[in-house]
Design a binder for this molecule. Structure first.
Ligand code: ADP
Ligand code: GLC
Length: 489
């Protein structure tokens, strides 16, 4: 299938990334381009994007037609991403800023306008360059107005026949703004109704996207079920049940060029299942870099995460002192997010030197080093649509300790003391007690049943997290969406 696919996304690694969305968009695009599709990723050129020699101006007179008769001039840069092409939208009024969504803990107040602009600019770029995709693949709320535009203002344009696929990466963030943003986006105000873009008197961009797209995917089968329930549906579970027949959960794949212990240039030594000696060197280097006591015997529990309530690391902050006082373990954390959590982990680092070490910030190199140098990897998420870090950790031989939710259920197999099978430690309740007990279980397994730890490592490292099967499923969704759209649905 040689399709033309336009991704619209607020993040695309390595140009921009706040979390796994940036990794996923880039890896799926590379994968489809390798398979012969023509894939372009339309994404903003933020101030933080490193301008490399490979980046070339592709168009410098893009007219972006917003509502209210407003027309803006913008530029588009092109950069190769494997065999795909990233199209980076330069429009300084909105994107020449250090953050993607926020800065110093506060969301940019004009995020509605910024991402409505990204959607319209992407579609105007297609119209003006004459490149008409078969599928417009929209990622999360920021791209939510694209399917709405395709169904309304652009329905009679050359883009009117394009199918749209909307991927939910995280239902918690829906893009809720004043209805004026809808007018600014150039969407007819008749769409400001509860079965399209309106929710509780405001514009809800995610809702608009979910109502108007041809097909919906989310990033794991378990999360696809969870979001149809009030507990995980963030107010949109009714809509997701209504569109249930069009909603599919497909597990994200991993970019094995970027994440692979055999070839990773960011870690102290490379290793593989055949020769694990490099892993011990990575642990030693991590303990040194993070100021933890040098010891191969003490298990290191790693964390690389955004520090928001979704991730449940507030539970860890509450029990960390007790953990390291009662168990001979170390904690190596890299993260940033809510100020109180950052502060709590910094205070713990000062109070328990050699045992707890937190680095507050965003650091891709250290993220790789923690995956490689740790023995266990903590993800006590309250919800987790897919989660990439637990897959990275298994590939790097670090055993995940996770809450049973979303993609964590679909990727981590529970350890059995009876047989030694499994590749991680799972628990159900999002409580301090459950997390404490499960870390205790991992710790006792480390000290008392080292043979099982070895076995689990091997089992995790042998798993296939590549895009293989998932890309086949996306290909089916794309075909399904194109068939539906061409039948006028
Ligand atoms: P989410 O997208 O919800 O944050 P994922 O597990 O899907 O969770 O992906 C997180 C991605 O972001 C991983 O690639 C992880 O390494 C990276 N990441 C998260 N926090 C940091 C950080 N502080 N520094 C470097 N990388 C980070
Ligand atoms: C979101 C989710 C995460 C998922 C990522 C990529 O950020 O929180 O679970 O892995 O998107 O799809």
């Amino acid at each position: 299938m040689k399709m033309k696919i336009l991704m619209i996304s607020p993040e695309c690694a390595p140009f921009s990334k706040a979390g796994g969305l940036g990794d996923m968009v880039s890896s799926i695009s590379k994968r489809f381009a390798e398979a012969g599709c023509d894939v372009k990723i339309f994404t903003p050129l933020y101030a933080s994007v490193k301008r490399s020699g490979g980046m070339k101006k592709q168009m410098d007179n893009l007219s972006v037609h917003m509502g209210l008769g407003l027309e803006y001039g913008a530029s588009v840069w092109s950069a190769p991403l494997g065999r795909a092409e990233a199209l980076l939208l330069e429009f300084n009024m909105y994107f020449d800023r250090p953050g993607i969504y926020n800065y110093n803990g506060a969301d940019y107040s004009d995020n509605g306008g910024r991402f409505a602009f990204m959607c319209r600019a992407a579609l105007d770029w297609c119209l003006q360059s004459g490149w008409i995709p078969d599928v417009v693949h929209c990622h999360d709320w920021t791209a939510g107005l694209a399917p709405v535009l395709l169904n309304t203002s652009l329905r009679n344009s050359p883009l009117g026949g394009c199918a749209s696929v909307f991927t939910i990466h995280n239902l918690q963030h829906q893009g809720i703004f004043d209805k004026g943003v809808l007018e600014y986006a150039g969407v007819p105000m008749s769409e400001f109704r509860s079965d399209s873009c309106e929710a509780y008197g405001s514009l809800n961009m995610m809702k608009g996207g979910l109502y108007n797209c041809t097909k919906i995917t989310t990033v794991s089968p378990t999360y696809a079920g969870e979001i149809r329930t009030p507990a995980y549906g963030c107010g949109l579970d009714g809509l997701l049940r209504f569109r249930g027949a069009d909603l599919v959960g497909i597990l994200n794949g991993v970019d094995s060029e970027a994440w692979n212990p055999e070839t990773d240039k960011l870690i102290a030594a490379n290793y593989s299942l055949a020769d694990m000696s490099g892993k011990a060197e990575c642990k030693k280097a991590l303990q040194k870099r993070m100021g933890l006591k040098a010891s191969p015997k003490i298990p290191v529990f790693g964390v690389v995460s955004r520090l928001y309530s979704q991730k449940g690391l507030d539970l860890l902050a509450r029990i960390a002192a007790e953990l390291v006082s009662h168990m001979d373990i170390q904690i190596a954390l890299l993260g940033s997010g809510e100020y109180w959590q950052e502060r709590a982990f910094s205070d713990l680092t000062a109070a328990y030197p050699g045992k707890i070490s937190a680095y507050i910030g965003f650091d891709n190199e250290l993220a790789h080093q923690i995956e490689a140098g740790s023995d266990f990897f903590l993800m006590p998420s309250r919800f987790e649509p897919c989660g990439l870090n637990q897959m990275y950790s298994m590939m790097y031989g670090s055993l995940p300790v996770v809450r049973s939710t979303g993609g964590l259920c679909d990727t981590v197999d529970q350890y059995s003391e009876a047989t030694g099978s499994g590749d991680g430690f799972r628990f159900s309740d999002p409580t301090c007690e459950a997390l404490y007990n499960t870390i205790g279980w991992a710790c006792s397994t480390w000290y008392d049943r080292p043979g099982d730890i070895e076995k689990m490592r091997r089992s995790g490292m042998s798993k296939d997290f590549s895009w293989g099967k998932s890309a086949e499923k996306y290909a089916l969704v794309y075909k399904w969406a194109v068939a539906a759209r061409s039948a006028g649905i």
